[in-house]
Design a protein. Structure first.
Length: 465
């Protein structure tokens, strides 16, 4: 059920995303068309900006019975891919059957591995010739790692723990990329000792550690890009300027490392394909400068950013990947070896969280504002609701009935544990304690974000089927 962002109260969240572009989608009042209307010029422009809103929340289709959406006009420009009507990020029949049959304790995540595999194959085909390095932090379930390994996958790991998780399921170390530019020297040595040969860096201090602990390894420099347009930006903390990257890559070579190229992260849940074009053209310039300085880059790491479908419709994986590869071709007549690191785009839509309504209440008899408390919150898996950045779709047993506005909150005794209060969620008036609510497209960044047991609430349990 859902909701057009319309401003509202400013949440005071202890979020690392404060002041970030994640707020872009919640700041301004936005009037959304109903699906029955002809699109206005503003609608078309919005659609062309890539991630079109498709209508008011309650009307967002979650299945086959969805109203037929208007076709959006597509520009010839490949940087803009119109969204296709889709049933992505739904409760798949396999997940529905599992939940009905097993009736697991809630909250829990159920991941449909067939969806993960389909996504992987679609993205691998669309991003050909790039090798896909799955970003393990999105969901490190061993079933997912094994499935992707069977499909010739590679893996982007950020820590010793993630390296071990991969090795334990039989993934070879030469399929791993240690993509975190901030590593302890002892962890670099551990990775190198286990056979990892591909490492990220974004500073001179990290290069010096790599030269000592991973001599001769292949290294790439993470670039600072602003992540504009992404709903979950990964900017600021990682990467260095283009000028610094050039100097560092030359230094890497002087230190005896294989200075292979650069990486960047365009911002997670990035729906604005023009961002890719912008960054890729800047990188092409950098590669030209490096070649002129006698260092010819051989590798280009495209990072992640491929979106999952939450409230907004997003381009299909195939369309999105093809547009990215087309942008690479535009700027790199001579294509370096390509790597991509999808996380969310592979597993996000494959998972559904089953949760239960704990309480529906109001704060005063004169205050109509309903509060709905779920048995899952920010600390038990829904951390990406920070700043209300990721807006999940919800399914309830009363869908179709009359709805009213709600503030949605988690079960813990921390007043920051509010999921949505500005995003104008609406839920059925009939909703009551004990009702099951299904939170859609929760396969990425949920289990890994759940605390080990804050306030005694158990970490999010996951089933991969
Ligand atoms: C998290 C992460 C990814 C995955 O990003 P998505 O937006 O989920 O695709 C890829 N690369 C690196 C280095 C990351 O940290």
């Amino acid at each position: 059920m859902l909701l057009a962002p319309q401003g509202g109260r400013t949440a005071r969240l202890r979020s690392s995303l404060r002041n970030s572009t994640a707020l872009r989608n919640t700041e301004a009042p936005q009037k959304l068309p109903t699906p029955a209307n002809e699109p206005s010029v503003a609608d078309i422009l919005r659609a062309e900006a890539a991630c079109a809103d498709i209508g008011q929340a309650g009307l967002i289709p979650t299945g086959a019975a969805a109203p037929k959406r208007q076709r959006r006009r597509a520009r010839a420009d490949l940087a803009v891919v119109p969204p296709e009507p889709s049933d992505r990020g739904i409760v798949t029949p396999r997940i529905a059957e599992f939940l009905d049959r097993v009736q697991p304790a809630t909250p829990c995540l159920v991941v449909d591995l067939e969806v993960v595999e389909g996504n992987y194959r679609a993205l691998a085909a669309a991003l050909d010739p790039a090798s896909l390095f799955y970003a393990v932090k999105a969901n490190p379930a061993p079933e997912i790692l094994r499935l992707l390994a069977r499909n010739n996958g590679h893996f982007d790991v950020a820590s010793r723990g993630e390296i071990d998780q991969c090795l334990e399921v039989g993934i070879r170390a030469d399929r791993l990329s240690f993509g975190n530019p901030i590593k302890k020297q002892s962890d670099i040595a551990y990775a190198f000792g286990r056979g990892v040969r591909l490492f990220a860096f974004d500073s001179e201090g990290e290069l010096e550690k790599l030269a000592v602990a991973a001599p001769g390894a292949t290294v790439f420099c993470r670039l600072l890009v602003d992540g504009a347009g992404a709903e979950w930006p990964l900017s600021r903390k990682f990467g260095c300027s283009f000028a610094m990257a050039k100097a560092l890559l030359l230094r890497a070579r002087a230190l005896g490392l294989d200075a292979a190229g650069v990486s960047f992260h365009i911002g997670s849940q990035q729906c604005d394909l023009s961002q890719w074009d912008k960054v890729l053209s800047q990188i092409a310039g950098l590669y030209g400068e490096l070649a002129a300085a006698g260092l010819k880059p051989t590798l280009l790491n495209l990072g992640g950013g491929f979106p999952a479908r939450y409230q907004k419709e997003v381009p299909s994986i195939g369309e999105y990947g093809r547009a990215v590869i087309a942008a690479v071709h535009r700027h790199f007549p001579e294509m370096p070896r390509l790597i991509a690191e999808p996380g969310r785009g592979l597993v996000g839509e494959a998972g559904v969280i089953e949760s239960e309504v704990v309480l529906v209440s109001v704060k005063d008899a004169a205050d109509p504002q309903r509060w709905v408390y779920l048995d899952i919150g920010k600390f038990s898996g829904l951390a990406e609701t920070m700043e209300e950045a990721i807006k999940y779709r919800l399914k309830t047993p009363h869908d179709g009935g009359p709805t009213g506005p709600v503030i949605l909150a988690g079960p813990s005794c921390d007043s920051a544990d509010i999921l949505y209060e500005k995003a104008n969620y609406e839920l059925p008036l009939a909703l009551k304690p004990g009702d099951k609510i299904r939170i859609l497209a929760c396969g990425a960044y949920t289990t890994t974000y759940s605390s080990v047991g804050f306030n005694g609430f158990a970490p999010l349990k996951a089933y991969c089927i």
